[in-house]
Design a protein around this ligand. Structure first.
Ligand code: N01
Length: 488
């Protein structure tokens, strides 16, 4: 292994993406004493998914005191599950307080990253270039909208857009609004628009299990108490963490878990609150709760039972000038059609072209689906680390927690270089293959593989998310097993 002088010129870092994970990485790099850090962000402000998703009703389904950085608690959250605009303001505030906006090049999309002579050559869409020692890819998961194309959609006389590209110029008051999809986005949109719209039509391809949640507001006295007694705020966080992580994330990998059976029963009981038996049966899924990502809602069933709400379970045949025609020949007249159809979750850093050691293209390496050792490192891509990358834990818990643990691990790898023990560090082929084989085997026993279609599955139907306990993830993230890494 090559020894380098720790007093070499300071290491230079590029963080790609100024969303939750990118802001975190930049803050932690600087805290660790790395001063030469640049964040590249293609949009004009930070926030990632919270900047892009502005649909009516948007909120995070993880309690706000848990969905916060551990180092930046926020006593002022308005609700247990605060709305998206508040979360966006939180990230912008944290980025500003830590000076991250000042080291971010907004409006600059990195299109190519090439590993060359031990460093990464970056090229942006505007033609500018950069050379860095490390790339932190914080490009998000739920980022590239999945937009289905329906025959005849070009003829539609109304407004048509994806839920993550909400067109706020389109008036909803008194209009006939259609929503395609029954994921978390659609289930939040329906209650939020049902009062305004003349008619709301939900096009459901697959029914969805829903867990009832309450979303109380924090009053001023509670917020003052959080401000004055940070331990009280920490206690709320700890309680939520125990419920979401220990009580849920740890059991997803065991399809036979009694906890999952209890969640199923809760969802079934909630479905019973739908008064009309015919509507109730059309809303009843034919798979197990938590097979798909569990949807939490305080009010979806109430909204879908309104006289101006309609549930359509026939498949969509085509879009016409007047609206959507389903396969039974019925035309559903619409003024607005929202595609709440989810995201292309297999993209990760792409369409950025990443070329590693020996000219190997990431696209090529990921031909059969994206993978990364412990969700962080890909062989032949040294000094290139992913946050919330392929095989990362996903589910109803805080991805901020996940990213914080991952970045602590990445910092330990960076330390190998800073200390002069090597110049480049990346997982070995052998360790990556061993991890991938193990995670594939484990994935088959998870609840996600129990018989439903979801974005948790790859093209062959295998769950891609972390298929072990959350406790194991925590343990793995405590420190890298350096023998699994090639250091040059
Ligand atoms: O997307 P989804 P989402 N014709 O992929 C349907 C996070 N999130 O944006 O089930 C008809 O879950 C598709 O049908 P089917 C959260 O992690 C969090 O709602 O495949 N329908 C499905 O019903 C979440 O899981 C929050 O049969 C079509 C829907 O579209 C993730 O984002 C809020 C179709 C897509 O559901 C994604 O959620 C929002 C077609 N051609 C999002 N194509 C919170 O924190 C797709 N569908 C609350």
């Amino acid at each position: 292994m090559q020894q380098t002088d720790p007093r070499d010129p300071p290491l230079r870092f590029a963080v790609i993406g100024a969303g939750m994970a990118g802001i975190l990485a930049a803050i932690k790099l600087r805290e660790a004493g790395h001063e030469d850090v640049v964040v590249y962000e293609k949009a004009d402000r930070p926030g990632g998914t919270w900047r892009e998703n502005t649909y009516p009703g948007i909120a995070c389904d993880v309690p706000s005191h848990l969905y916060s950085y551990s180092f930046a608690p926020n006593p002022d959250w308005s609700h247990r599950f605060s709305p998206g605009a508040e979360i966006q303001a939180y990230f912008e505030g944290v980025a500003e307080r830590h000076g991250i906006d000042r080291i971010t090049r907004f409006g600059t999309e990195i299109v190519r990253c090439r590993f060359d002579e031990g460093r990464w050559q970056l090229e942006a869409q505007d033609g500018s270039t950069d050379t860095v020692d490390f790339v932190i890819a914080a490009t998000g998961v739920l980022h590239h909208p999945a937009v289905p194309h329906f025959e005849g959609e070009a003829d539609f006389g109304g407004a048509l857009f994806h839920s993550a590209r909400w067109d706020h110029d389109v008036e909803l008051e008194g209009r006939r609004v259609g929503v395609v999809g029954t994921g978390s986005s659609a289930i939040q949109i329906i209650p939020a628009v049902v009062d305004q719209a003349a008619e709301v039509t939900l096009f459901q391809r697959t029914a969805q299990w829903i867990t009832p949640v309450e979303n109380p507001a924090y009053d001023e006295a509670e917020r003052r108490a959080f401000r004055e007694t940070p331990e009280a705020m920490q206690a709320v966080r700890d309680t939520a963490s125990r419920a979401f992580v220990d009580g849920f994330a740890n059991v997803l990998i065991d399809a036979e878990s009694p906890v999952l059976a209890a969640i199923h029963q809760t969802c079934e009981a909630y479905l019973e609150t739908v008064a009309d038996p015919e509507l109730r049966e059309r809303l009843r899924p034919d798979y197990r709760a938590t097979c798909k990502r569990l949807v939490l809602s305080p009010n979806f069933y109430e909204a879908i039972q309104r006289p101006n709400a309609h549930l359509v379970t026939e498949d969509i045949a085509r879009v016409e000038r007047e609206g959507v025609r389903t396969k039974d020949g019925v035309l559903h007249p619409l003024d607005v059609l929202v595609l709440a159809t989810g995201f292309r979750v297999d993209r990760f850093v792409r369409p950025m072209q990443v070329t590693g050691r020996g000219g190997v293209a990431l696209d090529r390496v990921w031909e059969d689906g994206p993978f990364a050792y412990l969700a962080i490192s890909v062989p032949d891509f040294p000094n290139f680390f992913l946050l919330n990358g392929p095989n990362s834990p996903v589910g109803n818990f805080s991805l901020i927690d996940v990213a914080e643990m991952q970045f602590g691990y990445v910092l330990s790898l960076i330390e190998e270089v800073r200390a002069g023990r090597c110049r480049n560090v990346g997982v070995s082929h052998e360790a990556a293959a061993r991890f991938d084989a193990e995670r594939r085997e484990a994935a088959a026993n998870t609840i996600w593989a129990s018989g439903c279609r979801s974005w948790y599955l790859d093209a062959k139907g295998l769950p891609t998310a972390w298929p072990f306990t959350f406790d194991r993830f925590r343990d793995e993230m405590r420190a890298p097993r350096l023998e699994d890494f090639e250091r040059a």
